[in-house]
Design a binder for this molecule. Structure first.
Ligand SMILES: Cc1cc2nc3c(=O)[nH]c(=O)nc-3n(C[C@H](O)[C@H](O)[C@H](O)COP(=O)(O)OP(=O)(O)OC[C@H]3O[C@@H](n4cnc5c(N)ncnc54)[C@H](O)[C@@H]3O)c2cc1C
Length: 522
Protein backbone atom coordinates (compact mmCIF):
# COMPACT_ATOMS: atom_id res chain seq x y z
CA UNK A 1 0.00 0.00 0.00
CA UNK A 2 1.80 3.06 -1.28
CA UNK A 3 0.02 5.68 0.77
CA UNK A 4 0.05 3.67 3.99
CA UNK A 5 -0.07 5.69 7.25
CA UNK A 6 3.27 4.79 8.73
CA UNK A 7 4.16 7.77 10.89
CA UNK A 8 1.92 9.83 13.15
CA UNK A 9 3.28 13.08 14.53
CA UNK A 10 1.69 14.71 17.58
CA UNK A 11 2.75 18.32 18.20
CA UNK A 12 2.23 19.39 21.83
CA UNK A 13 2.86 17.75 25.18
CA UNK A 14 0.02 18.95 27.41
CA UNK A 15 -2.73 16.62 28.68
CA UNK A 16 -4.18 16.47 25.16
CA UNK A 17 -0.93 15.45 23.45
CA UNK A 18 0.13 12.79 25.94
CA UNK A 19 -3.35 11.36 26.47
CA UNK A 20 -3.84 11.06 22.70
CA UNK A 21 -0.43 9.42 22.32
CA UNK A 22 -1.20 6.94 25.09
CA UNK A 23 -4.65 5.96 23.79
CA UNK A 24 -3.48 5.48 20.19
CA UNK A 25 -0.27 3.66 21.17
CA UNK A 26 -2.06 1.37 23.63
CA UNK A 27 -4.77 0.47 21.10
CA UNK A 28 -2.21 -0.46 18.45
CA UNK A 29 0.51 -1.75 20.79
CA UNK A 30 3.19 0.03 18.83
CA UNK A 31 5.88 -1.15 21.25
CA UNK A 32 5.38 -4.73 20.10
CA UNK A 33 8.44 -5.86 18.17
CA UNK A 34 6.43 -8.48 16.30
CA UNK A 35 4.28 -5.96 14.54
CA UNK A 36 5.16 -2.30 14.05
CA UNK A 37 2.05 -0.82 12.41
CA UNK A 38 3.35 2.74 12.55
CA UNK A 39 5.69 5.04 14.39
CA UNK A 40 4.24 7.55 16.88
CA UNK A 41 6.30 10.65 17.60
CA UNK A 42 5.40 13.45 20.03
CA UNK A 43 7.17 16.80 19.63
CA UNK A 44 6.95 19.12 22.58
CA UNK A 45 8.34 22.61 23.05
CA UNK A 46 10.86 22.86 25.91
CA UNK A 47 9.94 26.56 26.25
CA UNK A 48 6.15 26.92 25.93
CA UNK A 49 4.38 25.89 29.16
CA UNK A 50 1.24 23.76 29.21
CA UNK A 51 -2.02 25.34 30.35
CA UNK A 52 -1.80 23.25 33.52
CA UNK A 53 -5.35 23.71 34.85
CA UNK A 54 -7.76 20.89 33.93
CA UNK A 55 -8.39 19.51 37.38
CA UNK A 56 -11.75 17.75 37.05
CA UNK A 57 -12.47 14.63 34.97
CA UNK A 58 -15.51 12.53 34.12
CA UNK A 59 -15.90 8.88 35.16
CA UNK A 60 -14.81 7.99 31.60
CA UNK A 61 -11.25 8.67 32.74
CA UNK A 62 -11.26 5.40 34.69
CA UNK A 63 -11.82 3.39 31.52
CA UNK A 64 -9.24 5.48 29.67
CA UNK A 65 -6.55 4.92 32.31
CA UNK A 66 -7.32 1.22 32.36
CA UNK A 67 -7.23 1.08 28.56
CA UNK A 68 -3.73 2.60 28.45
CA UNK A 69 -2.50 0.23 31.15
CA UNK A 70 -1.91 2.63 34.04
CA UNK A 71 -2.40 1.41 37.58
CA UNK A 72 -4.97 3.45 39.53
CA UNK A 73 -2.74 3.37 42.61
CA UNK A 74 0.16 4.92 40.67
CA UNK A 75 -2.15 7.49 39.11
CA UNK A 76 -3.53 8.59 42.49
CA UNK A 77 -0.09 8.74 44.07
CA UNK A 78 1.67 10.54 41.22
CA UNK A 79 -1.02 13.07 40.28
CA UNK A 80 -2.19 14.04 43.82
CA UNK A 81 -5.55 12.81 42.55
CA UNK A 82 -8.73 12.56 44.61
CA UNK A 83 -12.17 11.11 43.89
CA UNK A 84 -14.86 13.22 42.23
CA UNK A 85 -18.49 12.11 42.41
CA UNK A 86 -20.12 15.08 40.69
CA UNK A 87 -20.66 18.81 41.11
CA UNK A 88 -22.35 20.72 43.91
CA UNK A 89 -23.78 24.07 42.80
CA UNK A 90 -24.33 26.98 45.17
CA UNK A 91 -26.13 30.28 44.49
CA UNK A 92 -26.93 29.34 40.90
CA UNK A 93 -30.71 29.49 41.23
CA UNK A 94 -31.52 32.49 43.42
CA UNK A 95 -28.13 33.65 44.66
CA UNK A 96 -29.43 33.42 48.24
CA UNK A 97 -27.58 30.33 49.45
CA UNK A 98 -29.52 27.82 47.29
CA UNK A 99 -27.77 24.53 46.48
CA UNK A 100 -28.25 21.52 44.20
CA UNK A 101 -26.16 18.67 42.79
CA UNK A 102 -25.23 17.00 39.53
CA UNK A 103 -23.99 13.55 40.61
CA UNK A 104 -22.24 11.02 38.35
CA UNK A 105 -24.67 8.22 39.19
CA UNK A 106 -27.86 7.98 37.13
CA UNK A 107 -31.19 7.77 39.01
CA UNK A 108 -32.17 4.44 40.54
CA UNK A 109 -33.76 2.04 38.00
CA UNK A 110 -32.84 4.53 35.25
CA UNK A 111 -32.98 1.98 32.44
CA UNK A 112 -36.66 1.21 33.03
CA UNK A 113 -38.29 3.92 35.12
CA UNK A 114 -38.42 7.67 34.64
CA UNK A 115 -38.67 8.84 38.24
CA UNK A 116 -38.89 12.54 37.38
CA UNK A 117 -42.69 12.72 36.84
CA UNK A 118 -43.25 10.74 40.03
CA UNK A 119 -40.94 13.04 41.96
CA UNK A 120 -42.72 16.08 40.51
CA UNK A 121 -46.04 14.71 41.77
CA UNK A 122 -44.76 14.52 45.36
CA UNK A 123 -45.23 17.23 47.93
CA UNK A 124 -42.46 17.77 50.52
CA UNK A 125 -40.03 15.66 48.49
CA UNK A 126 -36.28 15.92 49.11
CA UNK A 127 -34.29 17.56 46.30
CA UNK A 128 -34.50 15.58 43.05
CA UNK A 129 -30.92 14.25 43.13
CA UNK A 130 -31.22 13.28 46.81
CA UNK A 131 -34.44 11.41 46.09
CA UNK A 132 -33.11 9.34 43.18
CA UNK A 133 -29.45 8.59 43.95
CA UNK A 134 -27.48 7.82 47.11
CA UNK A 135 -24.48 9.72 45.74
CA UNK A 136 -25.35 13.23 46.91
CA UNK A 137 -25.53 12.06 50.53
CA UNK A 138 -21.99 10.71 50.11
CA UNK A 139 -20.43 13.83 48.77
CA UNK A 140 -22.21 16.00 51.31
CA UNK A 141 -20.41 13.93 53.97
CA UNK A 142 -17.03 14.06 52.10
CA UNK A 143 -17.11 10.26 51.70
CA UNK A 144 -15.20 8.19 49.14
CA UNK A 145 -16.96 6.23 46.36
CA UNK A 146 -15.33 2.90 47.34
CA UNK A 147 -13.27 1.08 49.95
CA UNK A 148 -9.58 0.17 50.03
CA UNK A 149 -10.50 -3.45 49.33
CA UNK A 150 -12.46 -2.49 46.18
CA UNK A 151 -10.27 -3.40 43.18
CA UNK A 152 -8.67 -0.72 41.03
CA UNK A 153 -11.22 1.20 38.91
CA UNK A 154 -14.21 -0.68 40.41
CA UNK A 155 -16.66 1.26 42.60
CA UNK A 156 -19.54 1.31 45.04
CA UNK A 157 -20.81 4.48 43.30
CA UNK A 158 -19.61 5.93 39.99
CA UNK A 159 -16.70 8.40 40.12
CA UNK A 160 -14.09 10.39 38.20
CA UNK A 161 -11.13 12.35 39.55
CA UNK A 162 -9.69 15.67 40.55
CA UNK A 163 -6.03 15.80 39.52
CA UNK A 164 -2.96 17.98 39.13
CA UNK A 165 -2.82 18.53 35.35
CA UNK A 166 0.96 19.18 35.25
CA UNK A 167 1.72 15.96 37.14
CA UNK A 168 -0.77 14.07 34.97
CA UNK A 169 1.09 15.07 31.77
CA UNK A 170 4.38 14.02 33.37
CA UNK A 171 3.02 10.59 34.36
CA UNK A 172 1.60 10.07 30.88
CA UNK A 173 4.91 11.10 29.30
CA UNK A 174 6.77 8.54 31.37
CA UNK A 175 4.23 5.80 30.62
CA UNK A 176 4.15 6.59 26.87
CA UNK A 177 7.91 6.65 26.44
CA UNK A 178 8.78 3.76 28.77
CA UNK A 179 5.86 1.37 28.20
CA UNK A 180 4.10 2.28 24.97
CA UNK A 181 6.90 2.92 22.50
CA UNK A 182 6.13 6.62 21.84
CA UNK A 183 9.14 8.63 20.62
CA UNK A 184 9.56 11.95 22.42
CA UNK A 185 11.31 14.93 20.87
CA UNK A 186 11.84 18.15 22.79
CA UNK A 187 11.92 20.87 20.16
CA UNK A 188 10.05 23.95 18.99
CA UNK A 189 8.13 23.56 15.77
CA UNK A 190 8.98 26.67 13.77
CA UNK A 191 7.46 25.93 10.37
CA UNK A 192 4.82 23.75 8.75
CA UNK A 193 5.72 22.45 5.29
CA UNK A 194 3.04 21.67 2.72
CA UNK A 195 3.10 18.79 0.24
CA UNK A 196 2.08 19.33 -3.38
CA UNK A 197 -1.42 18.04 -2.73
CA UNK A 198 -1.97 20.52 0.12
CA UNK A 199 -1.44 18.07 3.00
CA UNK A 200 1.18 18.73 5.65
CA UNK A 201 4.36 16.99 4.57
CA UNK A 202 6.57 17.81 7.53
CA UNK A 203 7.20 20.19 10.39
CA UNK A 204 10.51 22.00 10.83
CA UNK A 205 11.91 22.06 14.36
CA UNK A 206 14.65 24.22 15.86
CA UNK A 207 16.82 21.36 17.10
CA UNK A 208 15.64 18.11 15.51
CA UNK A 209 15.45 19.07 11.84
CA UNK A 210 12.43 18.33 9.65
CA UNK A 211 9.99 15.68 10.80
CA UNK A 212 7.90 14.14 8.03
CA UNK A 213 4.62 12.36 8.79
CA UNK A 214 1.42 10.94 7.29
CA UNK A 215 -1.02 12.09 9.97
CA UNK A 216 -0.43 15.16 12.16
CA UNK A 217 -2.22 15.65 15.46
CA UNK A 218 -2.33 19.28 16.55
CA UNK A 219 -2.18 19.47 20.36
CA UNK A 220 -0.50 22.88 20.52
CA UNK A 221 -3.12 24.41 22.82
CA UNK A 222 -4.93 27.67 22.01
CA UNK A 223 -2.17 28.49 19.50
CA UNK A 224 -3.61 25.83 17.16
CA UNK A 225 -0.41 25.94 15.14
CA UNK A 226 -1.33 23.36 12.49
CA UNK A 227 -5.11 23.49 12.09
CA UNK A 228 -5.59 27.19 12.90
CA UNK A 229 -2.40 29.00 11.88
CA UNK A 230 -1.31 26.77 8.98
CA UNK A 231 -4.61 25.58 7.51
CA UNK A 232 -6.53 28.67 8.63
CA UNK A 233 -9.60 26.65 9.59
CA UNK A 234 -11.88 29.39 10.97
CA UNK A 235 -12.57 29.72 14.68
CA UNK A 236 -16.24 29.94 15.62
CA UNK A 237 -16.74 32.06 18.70
CA UNK A 238 -19.59 30.97 20.99
CA UNK A 239 -19.40 34.02 23.21
CA UNK A 240 -22.85 35.15 22.13
CA UNK A 241 -24.18 32.18 24.16
CA UNK A 242 -21.56 31.66 26.85
CA UNK A 243 -19.95 34.90 28.00
CA UNK A 244 -17.09 33.74 30.23
CA UNK A 245 -13.66 34.43 28.74
CA UNK A 246 -11.25 34.82 31.66
CA UNK A 247 -10.17 32.68 34.59
CA UNK A 248 -8.19 33.43 37.74
CA UNK A 249 -6.64 30.24 39.11
CA UNK A 250 -5.17 29.86 42.59
CA UNK A 251 -3.68 27.03 44.66
CA UNK A 252 -4.73 27.07 48.29
CA UNK A 253 -3.20 24.93 51.07
CA UNK A 254 -5.38 22.98 53.49
CA UNK A 255 -5.64 24.67 56.88
CA UNK A 256 -5.11 21.33 58.67
CA UNK A 257 -3.29 18.21 57.53
CA UNK A 258 -6.36 16.06 58.17
CA UNK A 259 -8.98 18.49 56.80
CA UNK A 260 -11.81 16.66 55.04
CA UNK A 261 -11.56 16.57 51.23
CA UNK A 262 -14.81 17.04 49.37
CA UNK A 263 -15.52 14.33 46.81
CA UNK A 264 -17.24 16.74 44.41
CA UNK A 265 -16.37 19.94 42.60
CA UNK A 266 -18.03 22.96 44.22
CA UNK A 267 -19.27 25.66 41.90
CA UNK A 268 -20.44 28.91 43.52
CA UNK A 269 -22.11 31.47 41.27
CA UNK A 270 -20.95 35.09 41.48
CA UNK A 271 -22.27 38.32 39.96
CA UNK A 272 -20.47 37.78 36.63
CA UNK A 273 -19.30 34.16 36.64
CA UNK A 274 -18.63 31.41 39.14
CA UNK A 275 -15.91 30.07 41.43
CA UNK A 276 -14.65 26.47 41.26
CA UNK A 277 -13.30 24.74 44.36
CA UNK A 278 -11.55 21.43 43.87
CA UNK A 279 -9.94 19.34 46.61
CA UNK A 280 -6.81 17.43 45.60
CA UNK A 281 -5.00 15.25 48.14
CA UNK A 282 -2.33 17.92 48.74
CA UNK A 283 -4.11 21.27 48.18
CA UNK A 284 -7.25 22.94 46.90
CA UNK A 285 -7.50 24.40 43.42
CA UNK A 286 -9.78 27.45 43.53
CA UNK A 287 -10.52 29.73 40.61
CA UNK A 288 -12.95 32.32 39.30
CA UNK A 289 -14.15 32.09 35.72
CA UNK A 290 -15.99 35.19 34.53
CA UNK A 291 -17.01 37.44 31.68
CA UNK A 292 -14.57 40.33 31.24
CA UNK A 293 -17.35 42.32 29.58
CA UNK A 294 -19.34 42.23 32.83
CA UNK A 295 -16.75 42.66 35.59
CA UNK A 296 -13.25 44.15 35.90
CA UNK A 297 -10.25 42.00 36.72
CA UNK A 298 -9.88 43.83 40.08
CA UNK A 299 -13.47 43.12 41.09
CA UNK A 300 -13.21 39.48 39.98
CA UNK A 301 -9.99 39.11 42.00
CA UNK A 302 -11.69 40.67 45.04
CA UNK A 303 -14.56 38.16 44.78
CA UNK A 304 -12.10 35.27 44.52
CA UNK A 305 -10.08 36.45 47.52
CA UNK A 306 -13.27 36.97 49.54
CA UNK A 307 -14.25 33.36 48.78
CA UNK A 308 -10.81 32.05 49.79
CA UNK A 309 -10.95 34.14 52.98
CA UNK A 310 -14.39 32.77 53.84
CA UNK A 311 -13.52 29.12 53.16
CA UNK A 312 -9.78 28.92 54.00
CA UNK A 313 -9.04 31.88 56.25
CA UNK A 314 -7.25 35.24 56.10
CA UNK A 315 -3.75 33.78 55.92
CA UNK A 316 -4.58 31.65 52.86
CA UNK A 317 -6.22 34.61 51.10
CA UNK A 318 -3.19 36.79 51.80
CA UNK A 319 -0.73 34.19 50.47
CA UNK A 320 -2.24 33.45 47.03
CA UNK A 321 -1.39 35.13 43.74
CA UNK A 322 -4.07 34.16 41.21
CA UNK A 323 -2.89 33.36 37.68
CA UNK A 324 -4.94 35.03 34.95
CA UNK A 325 -5.88 32.89 31.93
CA UNK A 326 -7.75 34.46 29.03
CA UNK A 327 -9.57 32.37 26.45
CA UNK A 328 -12.06 32.82 23.68
CA UNK A 329 -15.03 30.50 24.12
CA UNK A 330 -15.55 28.58 20.89
CA UNK A 331 -14.18 25.94 18.57
CA UNK A 332 -12.81 25.44 15.08
CA UNK A 333 -15.27 25.11 12.19
CA UNK A 334 -13.91 21.62 11.54
CA UNK A 335 -11.49 19.56 13.58
CA UNK A 336 -9.97 17.19 11.03
CA UNK A 337 -8.76 18.89 7.87
CA UNK A 338 -6.76 17.02 5.21
CA UNK A 339 -4.10 15.01 7.15
CA UNK A 340 -4.33 17.08 10.33
CA UNK A 341 -6.64 16.64 13.33
CA UNK A 342 -6.75 19.01 16.31
CA UNK A 343 -7.34 17.67 19.82
CA UNK A 344 -7.64 19.59 23.09
CA UNK A 345 -7.45 23.38 23.35
CA UNK A 346 -6.29 23.61 19.71
CA UNK A 347 -9.72 22.37 18.60
CA UNK A 348 -11.58 24.69 20.96
CA UNK A 349 -12.41 25.48 24.57
CA UNK A 350 -15.50 26.57 26.43
CA UNK A 351 -15.53 27.37 30.10
CA UNK A 352 -14.96 24.45 32.52
CA UNK A 353 -18.46 24.44 34.09
CA UNK A 354 -18.99 20.71 33.51
CA UNK A 355 -15.29 19.80 33.08
CA UNK A 356 -15.93 18.69 29.52
CA UNK A 357 -12.49 19.35 28.00
CA UNK A 358 -10.54 16.24 28.99
CA UNK A 359 -13.46 13.95 28.16
CA UNK A 360 -13.44 15.42 24.64
CA UNK A 361 -9.73 14.54 24.43
CA UNK A 362 -10.55 10.98 25.54
CA UNK A 363 -13.32 10.71 22.94
CA UNK A 364 -11.19 12.20 20.16
CA UNK A 365 -8.20 9.97 20.86
CA UNK A 366 -10.51 6.97 21.24
CA UNK A 367 -12.15 7.53 17.86
CA UNK A 368 -8.82 8.10 16.10
CA UNK A 369 -7.35 4.98 17.71
CA UNK A 370 -10.35 2.86 16.75
CA UNK A 371 -10.88 4.20 13.24
CA UNK A 372 -7.25 4.93 12.39
CA UNK A 373 -7.13 5.13 8.60
CA UNK A 374 -4.76 2.62 7.06
CA UNK A 375 -4.28 4.73 3.93
CA UNK A 376 -4.51 8.39 2.91
CA UNK A 377 -7.58 7.66 0.76
CA UNK A 378 -9.52 6.30 3.73
CA UNK A 379 -8.50 9.27 5.87
CA UNK A 380 -10.97 11.63 4.16
CA UNK A 381 -13.88 9.32 4.96
CA UNK A 382 -12.85 9.03 8.61
CA UNK A 383 -12.31 12.81 8.77
CA UNK A 384 -15.86 13.55 7.58
CA UNK A 385 -17.34 11.19 10.15
CA UNK A 386 -15.12 12.63 12.86
CA UNK A 387 -16.14 16.21 12.03
CA UNK A 388 -19.85 15.36 12.10
CA UNK A 389 -19.52 13.61 15.45
CA UNK A 390 -17.49 16.33 17.14
CA UNK A 391 -19.65 19.14 15.84
CA UNK A 392 -22.57 17.41 17.55
CA UNK A 393 -20.55 17.08 20.77
CA UNK A 394 -19.63 20.78 20.76
CA UNK A 395 -23.22 21.83 20.14
CA UNK A 396 -24.40 19.68 23.02
CA UNK A 397 -21.76 21.13 25.34
CA UNK A 398 -22.86 24.67 24.45
CA UNK A 399 -26.55 23.86 24.98
CA UNK A 400 -25.98 21.94 28.20
CA UNK A 401 -23.75 24.61 29.76
CA UNK A 402 -26.19 27.33 28.74
CA UNK A 403 -28.99 25.41 30.47
CA UNK A 404 -27.36 26.25 33.84
CA UNK A 405 -27.61 29.97 33.07
CA UNK A 406 -31.03 29.97 31.47
CA UNK A 407 -32.65 28.27 34.43
CA UNK A 408 -31.25 30.70 36.94
CA UNK A 409 -33.76 33.10 38.46
CA UNK A 410 -30.97 35.56 39.31
CA UNK A 411 -31.36 39.09 38.00
CA UNK A 412 -29.04 40.84 40.42
CA UNK A 413 -26.50 41.89 37.76
CA UNK A 414 -26.33 42.65 34.02
CA UNK A 415 -24.52 39.30 33.56
CA UNK A 416 -27.50 37.25 34.70
CA UNK A 417 -29.98 39.47 32.88
CA UNK A 418 -27.96 39.20 29.64
CA UNK A 419 -27.91 35.42 30.08
CA UNK A 420 -31.71 35.41 29.82
CA UNK A 421 -32.06 37.33 26.57
CA UNK A 422 -33.60 35.28 23.74
CA UNK A 423 -30.67 35.90 21.39
CA UNK A 424 -28.22 34.42 23.93
CA UNK A 425 -30.07 31.07 24.01
CA UNK A 426 -29.36 28.46 21.30
CA UNK A 427 -32.52 27.71 19.32
CA UNK A 428 -32.43 24.00 20.07
CA UNK A 429 -32.22 24.64 23.81
CA UNK A 430 -35.24 26.98 23.67
CA UNK A 431 -37.18 24.22 21.88
CA UNK A 432 -36.15 21.61 24.42
CA UNK A 433 -37.19 23.81 27.33
CA UNK A 434 -40.61 24.27 25.76
CA UNK A 435 -41.02 20.51 25.31
CA UNK A 436 -39.88 19.79 28.84
CA UNK A 437 -42.57 22.09 30.26
CA UNK A 438 -45.04 19.33 29.37
CA UNK A 439 -43.03 16.14 29.86
CA UNK A 440 -39.79 15.26 31.59
CA UNK A 441 -36.75 14.51 29.44
CA UNK A 442 -36.26 10.79 29.01
CA UNK A 443 -34.46 8.23 26.87
CA UNK A 444 -36.05 9.30 23.56
CA UNK A 445 -34.59 12.78 24.03
CA UNK A 446 -31.12 11.35 23.42
CA UNK A 447 -30.31 11.72 19.73
CA UNK A 448 -27.60 9.07 19.62
CA UNK A 449 -26.32 6.41 21.97
CA UNK A 450 -23.09 8.43 22.07
CA UNK A 451 -24.62 11.68 23.36
CA UNK A 452 -22.11 13.38 25.62
CA UNK A 453 -24.61 14.22 28.36
CA UNK A 454 -27.22 11.57 29.15
CA UNK A 455 -30.82 12.56 29.75
CA UNK A 456 -30.21 11.98 33.48
CA UNK A 457 -27.84 14.98 33.47
CA UNK A 458 -30.56 17.20 32.03
CA UNK A 459 -32.94 16.00 34.74
CA UNK A 460 -30.44 16.80 37.49
CA UNK A 461 -29.93 20.36 36.25
CA UNK A 462 -33.58 21.06 35.40
CA UNK A 463 -35.08 19.83 38.65
CA UNK A 464 -32.12 20.94 40.77
CA UNK A 465 -32.85 24.46 39.59
CA UNK A 466 -36.58 24.37 40.16
CA UNK A 467 -37.77 23.85 36.58
CA UNK A 468 -41.44 22.99 36.45
CA UNK A 469 -42.83 20.26 34.23
CA UNK A 470 -46.59 19.84 34.33
CA UNK A 471 -46.95 16.55 36.28
CA UNK A 472 -47.96 13.68 34.07
CA UNK A 473 -49.93 11.87 36.78
CA UNK A 474 -53.14 13.33 38.18
CA UNK A 475 -53.98 12.85 41.82
CA UNK A 476 -56.28 9.91 41.13
CA UNK A 477 -53.53 8.10 39.25
CA UNK A 478 -51.03 8.81 42.00
CA UNK A 479 -52.57 5.90 43.87
CA UNK A 480 -51.86 3.63 40.92
CA UNK A 481 -49.30 0.85 40.72
CA UNK A 482 -46.75 3.03 38.93
CA UNK A 483 -46.71 5.58 41.71
CA UNK A 484 -46.49 2.84 44.32
CA UNK A 485 -43.53 1.34 42.47
CA UNK A 486 -41.87 4.78 42.32
CA UNK A 487 -42.43 5.27 46.05
CA UNK A 488 -40.73 1.95 46.65
CA UNK A 489 -37.74 3.08 44.54
CA UNK A 490 -37.48 6.35 46.51
CA UNK A 491 -37.56 4.33 49.74
CA UNK A 492 -34.91 1.91 48.48
CA UNK A 493 -32.69 4.79 47.45
CA UNK A 494 -32.89 6.38 50.90
CA UNK A 495 -32.05 3.01 52.51
CA UNK A 496 -29.09 2.52 50.15
CA UNK A 497 -27.81 6.04 50.93
CA UNK A 498 -27.97 5.21 54.60
CA UNK A 499 -26.17 1.92 54.13
CA UNK A 500 -23.38 3.49 52.04
CA UNK A 501 -22.95 6.34 54.50
CA UNK A 502 -22.20 3.75 57.19
CA UNK A 503 -19.91 1.63 55.01
CA UNK A 504 -17.74 4.06 53.05
CA UNK A 505 -14.62 5.76 54.39
CA UNK A 506 -13.90 9.49 54.23
CA UNK A 507 -12.38 10.73 50.98
CA UNK A 508 -9.13 11.76 52.71
CA UNK A 509 -9.01 8.55 54.74
CA UNK A 510 -9.17 6.42 51.59
CA UNK A 511 -6.63 8.57 49.73
CA UNK A 512 -4.18 8.21 52.64
CA UNK A 513 -4.66 4.45 52.56
CA UNK A 514 -4.10 4.30 48.80
CA UNK A 515 -0.87 6.23 49.24
CA UNK A 516 0.25 3.82 51.95
CA UNK A 517 -1.00 0.42 50.77
CA UNK A 518 -2.44 0.81 47.25
CA UNK A 519 -5.60 -0.77 45.83
CA UNK A 520 -5.93 -4.40 44.86
CA UNK A 521 -4.86 -4.85 41.26
CA UNK A 522 -7.54 -6.04 38.88
C1 LIG B 1 -9.44 27.85 33.61
C2 LIG B 1 -9.47 26.47 33.03
C3 LIG B 1 -10.01 25.43 33.75
C4 LIG B 1 -10.06 24.14 33.20
N1 LIG B 1 -10.64 23.14 33.92
C5 LIG B 1 -10.80 21.95 33.34
C6 LIG B 1 -11.43 20.90 34.04
O1 LIG B 1 -11.82 21.02 35.20
N2 LIG B 1 -11.58 19.71 33.39
C7 LIG B 1 -11.15 19.52 32.11
O2 LIG B 1 -11.36 18.44 31.57
N3 LIG B 1 -10.50 20.49 31.46
C8 LIG B 1 -10.32 21.69 32.03
N4 LIG B 1 -9.67 22.66 31.34
C9 LIG B 1 -9.11 22.38 30.02
C10 LIG B 1 -7.81 21.57 30.14
O3 LIG B 1 -6.88 22.26 30.95
C11 LIG B 1 -7.21 21.35 28.75
O4 LIG B 1 -8.19 20.90 27.88
C12 LIG B 1 -6.15 20.27 28.81
O5 LIG B 1 -5.17 20.58 29.75
C13 LIG B 1 -5.51 20.08 27.47
O6 LIG B 1 -4.71 21.17 27.13
P1 LIG B 1 -3.85 21.04 25.81
O7 LIG B 1 -2.93 19.89 25.96
O8 LIG B 1 -4.76 21.07 24.66
O9 LIG B 1 -3.02 22.41 25.75
P2 LIG B 1 -1.71 22.87 26.55
O10 LIG B 1 -1.69 22.35 27.93
O11 LIG B 1 -1.65 24.35 26.36
O12 LIG B 1 -0.50 22.20 25.77
C14 LIG B 1 0.01 22.75 24.57
C15 LIG B 1 1.32 22.03 24.24
O13 LIG B 1 1.74 22.45 22.96
C16 LIG B 1 3.12 22.73 23.00
N5 LIG B 1 3.45 23.68 21.92
C17 LIG B 1 2.86 24.86 21.63
N6 LIG B 1 3.48 25.42 20.59
C18 LIG B 1 4.46 24.59 20.19
C19 LIG B 1 5.46 24.62 19.17
N7 LIG B 1 5.58 25.66 18.35
N8 LIG B 1 6.30 23.57 19.08
C20 LIG B 1 6.22 22.50 19.90
N9 LIG B 1 5.28 22.43 20.88
C21 LIG B 1 4.44 23.46 21.03
C22 LIG B 1 3.36 23.30 24.39
O14 LIG B 1 4.71 23.23 24.77
C23 LIG B 1 2.46 22.34 25.20
O15 LIG B 1 3.19 21.16 25.47
C24 LIG B 1 -9.56 23.93 31.90
C25 LIG B 1 -8.98 24.97 31.19
C26 LIG B 1 -8.94 26.24 31.74
C27 LIG B 1 -8.35 27.36 30.93
Amino acid sequence: MEDRISRIIIVGGGSAGWLSAAVIAAEHRIDSQAQQPFELVLIESPDIPTIGVGEGTWPSMRATLQRIGLSETDFIRECDASFKQGTWFRDWHTGNGDTYSHPFTVPVDYADTNLAPHWLALTDAPQFADAVTPQTALFTDCLAPKQITTPEYAFAVNYGYHLDAGKFSELLRQHCTEQLGVKHIKANVSQINAAENGDIQSVTTDCAGDMAGDLFIDCTGTKSLLLGEHFKVPFQSQQAYLFNDTALAAQVPYAEEDQAIRSCTQSTAQTAGWIWDIGLSTRRGIGHVYSSAHISNDEATAQLLAYIKETAGDEAAASVTPREIRFQPGHRQEFWHRNCVAIGMSSGFIEPLEASALVMVELAAGMIAEQLPRTREIMDIVARRYNRKFERHWNQIIEFLKLHYVLSARDDSPYWRDNHTAESIPEKLSEQLLLWRYRSPWHQDAETVHDLFPTASYQYILYGMGFETVPRYTSSRQQGPQQRMASELFRKNAARANQLQQALPGNRELLNKVREFGFQKL
